[in-house]
Design a protein around this ligand. Structure first.
Ligand code: FCB
Length: 459
């Protein structure tokens, strides 16, 4: 471990997963359908026609997975709660069996000496709410507030760290504009309304969690490190639009209590007469947080581009005149994502520069890499590329801390190979291999490496 810089005492090492990606048991014990059940069952949406029906079968195998976490020695485990397991119709009766599952999981974690960190929403909206408009409508934020209150009342005394939303950019823009995530819509105004209602739902959930007296509340954002393809004014302006859509749309309301100053230039017609915003919303959205969760995988190189649609009425909110350029000279992971650890340092330092004391302590709530793992004859996986990825990103994280950013924890994505959304089971992010025929779990070299790192830190 000598090549790795030391982390301060109390620094949290963790691992992360999400409900739809691992649980399976999609129709068991009263769970209602979510937008991901619907979407994954639609032909052509997910690679190989994969669905989360069985996934890693974590719903039944959670004791084995908690044992893997205990063996790893992590301080904390980040998982998400499936809203449709707890409120199957999105509103109305609560399903006690759904709550019981998470209660058992939390008890199992606590008995193993692992602090639970729960995400309320990792993309699996109850389908019944999508049928009534989904995140496009304000009602969904109100139903989310009720769900948050139920969960906080039930688990708030045993779960110290709470994350309201995971990567709302994906929910709003991949879900309602690009159409590559559930519910698969391609809209302009709809995606911007979704972004606003997600923010509002977050604000309500902060209130519900505070009322239950939980220790720490935060939100997880996938903030992008956008780099200009060239120094031309056109590319620099494209970076501003990309920053607005990926980052400022969240950080400005949450941390500064205002909408991005660059939003009109970024969204143009899609934003005109944004009647989904109401007075008082920003006060809710900017309620103080105990931490900011940041997910980082790669930087994005941005170049200017013309509108894809000449007709303003047909433009979607993501079509704001930029395109992604492939970075050369660096390794790319199985996702074809460039490996640039330095991007994590720069992202965190940039956040501190922009928000100063208004930036709460940070937890890196996801970081990891998909690799084309090839198991050896004895079933073990020698994933040297993933080990380098993790080591180099932890080093980059430490550099951000040296530069003055208050980072309190790091969660590797992911404990298990799992359902990687539109890629199905074709992309493996786990530090533990899952054989999807037998559901057998096999720790990879990266698991053993991470365990040794944590042990060295403790010693
Ligand atoms: C993030 C998601 C997570 C996982 C990783 C690879 O965007 O939050 O569920 O899919 O990417």
């Amino acid at each position: 471990m000598s090549e790795l810089p030391a982390f301060p005492p109390g620094f949290v090492f963790g691992a992360a997963t999400a409900a739809y990606q691992i649980e399976g048991a999609a129709r068991e014990d009263g769970r209602g359908p979510s937008i991901w059940d619907t979407y994954s069952h639609e032909p052509g949406r997910v690679t190989g026609g994969d669905t989360g029906d069985v996934a890693c079968d974590h719903y039944h195998r959670y004791p084995e997975d908690v044992a893997l976490l205990r063996g790893l020695g992590v301080d904390s485990y980040r998982f998400s709660l499936a809203w449709p397991r707890i409120v199957p119709d999105g509103s109305g009766p609560v399903n006690p069996k759904g709550l019981d599952f998470y209660s058992r999981l939390v008890d199992e974690l606590l008995a193993a000496g692992i602090e639970p960190a729960a995400t309320l929403y990792h993309w699996d909206l109850p389908q019944a709410l999508e049928d009534r408009g989904g995140w496009r409508v304000r009602e969904t934020a109100e139903r989310f507030a009720e769900y948050a209150a139920v969960v906080a009342g039930h688990l708030g005394d045993r779960v110290p760290r709470w994350i309201t939303l995971n990567e709302p950019w994906c929910s709003a823009f991949l879900g309602y504009s690009v159409g590559r995530h559930a519910p698969g819509a391609r809209e302009g105004r709809g995606a911007l309304a979704a972004a606003h209602h997600l923010l509002l739902g977050h604000g309500h959930a902060v209130g519900a969690l505070r009322a239950a007296g939980v220790r720490e509340v935060g939100i997880t954002l996938n903030l992008d490190r956008n780099l200009p393809a060239t120094g031309s004014p056109a590319d620099l302006a494209a970076v501003t639009r990309a920053d607005t859509q990926h980052n400022l749309v969240w950080t400005e309301p949450i941390l500064a209590g205002r909408y991005p100053l660059t939003e009109a230039e970024t969204w143009g017609e899609s934003l005109t007469g944004a009647d989904f915003r109401r007075e008082g919303d920003l006060e809710l959205i900017s309620r103080p947080l105990d931490f900011l969760g940041v997910n980082y995988y790669r930087p994005i190189v941005v170049a200017d581009a013309p509108h894809r649609e000449a007709d303003p009425a047909r433009r979607v909110a993501t079509d704001n005149r930029y395109q992604e350029v492939r970075l050369s000279g660096v390794r790319h992971t199985a996702m074809d994502w460039p490996v640039v650890p330095r991007g994590l340092t720069d992202l965190l330092v940039g956040l501190k520069e922009r928000y100063g004391d208004a930036l709460p302590p940070v937890h890196v709530t996801e970081n990891g890499s998909a690799e084309d793992d090839v198991p050896a004859a004895d079933g073990t996986v020698h994933d040297a590329d993933r080990v380098s990825y993790l080591r180099d990103h932890l080093t980059a994280l430490r550099a951000a801390m040296d530069a003055g950013v208050d980072v309190r924890g790091y969660y590797v994505w992911s404990l298990l190979d799992n359902f990687e959304w539109a890629h199905g089971y074709s992309k493996r992010f786990g530090i533990v291999r899952v054989d999807y025929d037998t559901l057998e779990r096999t720790p990879k070299d990266s698991y053993h490496w991470y365990r040794a790192l944590i042990a060295a830190h403790r010693a």
